[in-house]
Design a protein around this ligand. Sequence first.
Ligand code: UT7
Length: 328
Amino acid sequence: MRRTRIFGTGKAVPAKVVTNRDLEKFVDTSDPWITLRTGIKERRILEEGRTTSDLAAEAGRAALLAAGLPASSLDAIIVCTVTPDSPLPACAVHVQQKLGATCPAFDLAAACAGFIYGLSVADGLCRTGNFQRVLVIGVEVLSRAMIDWSDRNTCVLFGDGAGAVVVGPSPVDDERGILSTHLFADGTQAGALRVPAGGVALPTSPATVAERQHFVKMNGKGVFAHAVRNIARASLTAIEKNGFAPEDVTWVIAHQANLRILEAVAEKTRLPMAKFYLNIHKYGNTSSASIPIALDEAVRDGTVKPGDLLLMSALGAGFSWGSALVRW
Ligand code: UT7
């Protein structure tokens, strides 16, 4: 059977670095607190004048270059984001235009689980036989769209960035490619991580702006507990459904939200921390971009090698979560 292969990866991160020490200057926090509680040392913030689609297109271009494919070869573009350039149209059409592609393009909103959802949808499209090349991009500019820079509970956690992969049916029957994806959601937990205003339930008004209802509100401890439990479960599901054991996994490319979450997942799953690829110290939580950025770095720095078994797993607002197992 022809699997869906990842033919190229790419990333784009803003040049502007904001360190924990920089945050100390305008919010009541400290570098030791952030480092100890999250593992984050710095994050990237998008420069004025650039938008989500600029970052997404840059990552997409890098992935196409790595795959050796022109944008004109794409059959679909999926942009996984909750921070599009504007509510309408989809961010993906701006990306399509910036890349010079002509294919269908749409957005997918599953917050921090966005990339896993996007990869799963792309895998499904390829398996229909009607799509040969699909570009999946995880991108967020939370700093400008959702972060309350006066709320120390959330503003220290997040960063901007984009990561991308080009996928398509493997040219030959082989072992390499996406072995399976597993998606989950639990809407009873929708209140744990949300932006209350700006939609149909609470349209934008002078009052919603004055009350700071357009910023992210989070029950940190609740999210933490669900993240550990569900990322661990989804990871084990992917491993077991394919007849593997945790020892068979070469690298875990998990959502980089909090180093302590990953340490707890490692303990629950018996996946050693040494197998977790980590870059949270450099970028913070970039939501749907975190897995494809980590994947791109792991591929380019030679960590990931052909034949490696990669486990991807993430949880985000919703809650939405999922996992994917890939033979590289
Ligand atoms: O992709 C999914 C997105 N979200 C997440 O993954 C977040 C999941 N949750 C977490 O990562 C953690 O819950 C946090 C990092 C957000 C918070 O860590 P925590 O260990 O749960 O801390 P806490 O909320 O219990 O706060 C402990 C103390 C509190 O002070 P008191 O009440 O003990 O006096 C907070 O007010 O730390 C205080 N605090 C801070 N202090 C310095 C909270 N934020 C900060 C801060 N700097 N930035």
